[in-house]
Structure formats: C-alpha cells, structure tokens
Design a protein. Structure first.
Length: 253
C-alpha cells in the first residue's frame, strides 16, 4: 500500500482541545487545517501552527462543512484524518433547558460530525485509507446532572462512532472516539467563573468539584487528549476501530 498523505482537518481547532490536537499533529508533520466559526480565533491559533491553514466553518451546516472541506482539499490534498472536535455546552436543570438548547447540542455535537464525515468520507474510501476521530466526552459514557442535552448528544456521537466503524471496517478506515473527562480548557475556566459569580460556591470550591471527579484529583491536560488522537491516527493503531477511549484518570472504565 502506498504511504498515505498526511492532511488532517480539525474542527473547533482554534482553541482548547482542538488547538492542542492541531499542535500535536503539526509537530508530527501532518499538514493541518483547522476549522471554526471565529476567524480571529483561527488566525491567532495559526501563529503556533507553522504551515497550517484555516477554514471558517459552521459545522452545523452541511453546505458550509462541505465547502470548507473541499477548499482545504484544494489547498492540501485529500483529508486522511478528520477530527470532529467542535462543541459547546449549556448547563441548566432539565426542566429549565429549552428546546433551542437541545437542538443546538444535537446540531453541533452529532450533526456537526455527521456533516463533516459525509463530506470527507468518500475521498477516504476512494484512497483506501483514513482515520476519523470524534472528540466525545465521559458525558458520552455516563450521565451528569444539569447537562442533559450535552450528555445525550455525546452519547449519540459515541453511538455514531461504533456504528460507522463497522460499516467501514474493511475499507482501510477506522472510526474512534476519544472521551476526555473535565479538561483544563476555557470552558472549565468559564464555568468556574460563572459559579463564583453566582455565589453558590467559591471559585476554589468549584474547581475542587471538577477535579474530585477524576480519581487522580486533577483536570485532564489538553495535550493528553491530543496524544491519544495522534496515536489513533497512526498506522500503529490500524486495528483499533470503534472504541470510545476515556481520558479521565480512571473516572470511567
């Protein structure tokens, strides 16, 4: 088999876990395209990604996802690695969570991945090699209070991963999910600030609530998530297909 090209397309690549993944792939000499909705954030991220490119894209639109992927292919060639990382979270008790929040969660986490996969998969199948890594969450494996829409969407993403992995198993393509626990990103920092402003707990108490979920007593480092993605993208992981890999210090099995 000829050596596959090394073009990676990372959604939500402008910050947090997505940027850590993009940097790790960049260090491994992948040609990286990062995608996201905010051009200013993407441009700032490119400063730490030598030779990378960026595509402005709202993954909840199939047309936008297809256009961004086609444009990146024109620049860097066919995509061999698709990392579906774009995401957001709205926290509220179930009875206070409106239908718009439910639709947004499913549109971003599930349909965002579906849109990008549908745009990228045909070329992967044509080349006989590809890697799809969906960034799910421990919320895709267990439940958490006050984020029911996020939990449901991440469970759906894990289900998509397992089903699609079986469909492409003989095509040279693998489909896997990575499931980080609470990770040291801007989302957690923002949540801690919000809790602190509410007066229900101090920022220190809020941080402790997050870290206590991890048996190691800490937040996950984004680079630890990125390392898992780099491995799943490698030839060494060719037999790893359809898994949901927790990166959570033992919180879930």
């Amino acid at each position: 088999m000829t050596e596959p090209l090394r073009h990676a397309f990372v959604t939500g690549g402008g910050s947090g876990i997505g940027l850590a993944i993009a940097r790790a792939l960049n260090r491994e000499k992948w040609q990286v395209t990062i995608a996201g909705r905010q051009r200013s954030r993407l441009d700032a991220a490119l400063e730490s990604l030598p030779g990378a490119h960026a595509q402005t894209c709202d993954v909840t639109s199939f047309d936008a996802a297809r256009a961004a992927i086609n444009s990146s292919v024109d620049i860097n060639g066919p995509i061999q690695l698709l990392v579906n990382n774009a995401g957001s979270v709205t926290a509220a008790p179930f009875e206070k969570l409106g239908l718009d929040a439910w639709r947004q969660a499913l549109d971003v986490h599930l349909m965002g991945a579906v849109n990008c996969i549908q745009a990228a998969l045909p070329r992967m199948k044509a080349s006989g090699w590809g890697r799809i890594v969906n960034i799910a969450s421990t919320a895709g494996l267990v439940g958490y209070k006050h984020v029911s829409a996020y939990v449901a969407a991440k469970h759906a993403l894990v289900g998509l991963t397992k089903a699609l992995a079986l469909e492409v198993a003989k095509s040279g393509i693998t489909v896997n999910a990575v499931c980080p626990g609470y990770t040291d990103t801007g989302i957690i920092a923002s949540a801690i600030q919000t809790i602190g402003r509410s007066g229900s707990r101090s920022p220190e108490e809020a941080l402790s609530a997050f870290t206590s979920a991890n048996p190691q007593g800490r937040l996950v480092n984004p680079d630890e998530v990125a390392s898992a993605v780099v491995w799943l993208a490698s030839e060494a992981a060719a037999a790893v297909n359809g898994i949901a890999l927790p990166i959570a210090g033992g919180e879930v099995g």
